[in-house]
Design a protein around this ligand. Structure first.
Ligand code: PLP
Length: 452
């Protein structure tokens, strides 16, 4: 095995023949190989330096290759790489305490796993075990992960269509998607019909006897950077309290300063019963996810069997990486930078709306900004029908992504919506935003050619 050839051609062929590539038709040519990365930039095998405005699916919040995290990982590797989760390790104990400190309210007890989808699987199981009820409410246009139950809750995301789904007993409700309100309403005159609908759905589904939880992304990510109106969360909290339905906030993408607060839920001062996280928790330095519950839920498991686990739960290396990442948000003032630079990015993206016929809407919070592409601004006709997003070949959105690639920039252009998202690392500067916006301006000309 040590003599496996590794010329460029060899590596390309292994990629195509021996690797499955996520959420896509399998490529006939190997994708470009990345050889190094630093801060908000990465370098490909052709020697070209590129701007990373996707932060690797919104995970590398502190930027690439931060030496402080690498040192902490090396130190932990030399001490103890991992041990059975039935025993304690210092990095796991410390990380659980850090999470209790940074999460809102009395969220205080964590189950630490290996990624976002696992964090959500654990959340659903905790909700079932805590309430004794089966039904889970999810929202259309959501993504909660690729494993069976998380995927079955990822409603209206085209990635769910190919799956044999398992897990939860599901109920679907709409998003607070004001640009395309499913109730045909216009904010603020709508009286939050989307929340009233949740209340009615819970009642019709058997209320407090049957419905365990509602899971939602506080600001929806892959399905279009959907920011709820300010009243939404408090009103949803009141509906959940009325029925004893748990609120599960999936902060996998929005957590750790991405939206200008530690967690997106902080914007509305609402404490969910369970919060899930991954991505910015370790910023991709090692895989990790966490499911954090409020005190009374943690207490309820004192004398009850906790029916969940995995071999690498609370992996010492991953916990050490996350334990080095979290103080960096404070030390480097990154959450404030996300707020300030995010406002600048949003302003600049708004200017693109005036310039391009294909830009129907621009929205976001912090360094989490989306551009929704349309065929026609007046009618809001989507640039592409939902079903067309899973067809083979370039579509209007992936064509913009390809153009960005040519220009030396990566944004979130492959997600299952008509929204291109920009989410640079929280260390981004004004100059880097200007550079990214200039490239986006150029690439959007490709989308404009699809307009009527
Ligand atoms: N939840 C949300 C909101 C996400 O955006 C993602 C991934 O993009 C997940 C869950 C799944 O996380 P992972 O890919 O780490 O399993």
């Amino acid at each position: 095995l040590k003599s496996i050839p590794t010329t460029k051609e060899d590596l390309d062929s292994y990629e195509v023949k021996n690797n499955f590539h996520s959420w896509s038709y399998q490529p006939e040519k190997s994708p470009m190989r990345v050889v190094s990365a630093k801060g908000v930039r990465f370098t490909t095998e052709d020697g070209r330096e590129r701007l990373d405005f996707s932060s690797c699916f919104v995970s590398h919040n502190i930027g690439h290759q931060d030496q402080r995290v690498i040192d902490a990982m090396c130190k932990q590797a030399n001490e103890l790489t991992s041990f059975a989760p039935s025993m304690s390790t210092k990095p796991r104990a410390v990380l659980a305490k850090m999470l209790a400190e940074v999460t809102p309210g009395d969220l205080s007890k964590s189950f630490i796993s290996l990624g976002g989808t696992e964090a959500n699987e654990a959340a659903i199981k905790i909700a079932h075990q805590f309430t004794g009820r089966r039904k889970i409410i999810g929202r259309f246009r959501s993504y909660h992960g690729g494993t069976a139950t998380s995927m079955s809750l990822s409603l209206g995301d085209s990635r769910g269509w190919q799956q044999v789904l398992g897990g939860a007993d599901l109920v679907r409700v709409p998003q607070p998607y004001c640009y395309r309100c499913m109730f045909g309403q216009t904010y603020p005159g709508c009286k939050m019909e989307c929340v009233k609908y949740v209340d009615e759905v819970i009642e019709l589904e058997g209320g407090g006897d049957k419905v365990a939880a509602i899971i939602f992304e506080p600001i929806t990510g892959a399905n279009g950077i959907i920011v709820p109106p300010d009243e939404y969360m408090k009103e949803l909290r009141a509906v959940c309290d009325k029925w004893g339905v748990l609120m599960i906030a999936d902060e996998v993408m929005t957590g750790f300063g991405r939206t200008g607060e530690w967690f997106a839920m902080n914007h509305w001062d609402v404490v969910p019963d369970i919060m899930t996280m991954a991505k910015g928790l370790s910023c991709g330095y090692l895989p990790i996810g966490a499911t954090v519950v409020r005190e009374h839920i943690g207490e309820a498991f004192k004398n009850t069997f906790f029916g969940h686990g995995c071999t690498y739960a609370g992996h010492a290396m991953s916990c050490a990486a996350a334990g080095a990442v979290l103080p960096i948000y404070q030390e480097d003032n990154l959450i404030e930078n996300s707020r300030v630079m995010g406002a600048y990015l949003l302003d600049k993206a708004m200017e693109l709306k005036d310039k391009h016929p294909s830009v129907g809407d621009v929205r976001g919070k912090g360094l989490f900004v989306g551009i929704e592409l349309v065929k026609n601004k007046e009618t809001k006709e989507p640039i592409m029908a939902v079903a067309d997003r899973v067809k083979k070949g370039l579509n209007p959105k992936t064509a913009v992504g390809a153009k960005l690639g040519e220009l030396g920039m990566m944004a979130m252009a492959a997600n299952p919506s008509n929204v291109i998202a920009m989410a640079p690392a929280l260390i981004v500067t004004k100059d880097e935003i200007d550079e990214g916006i200039a490239k986006m301006d150029e690439a959007l000309k490709v989308a404009d050619t699809y307009c009527e």
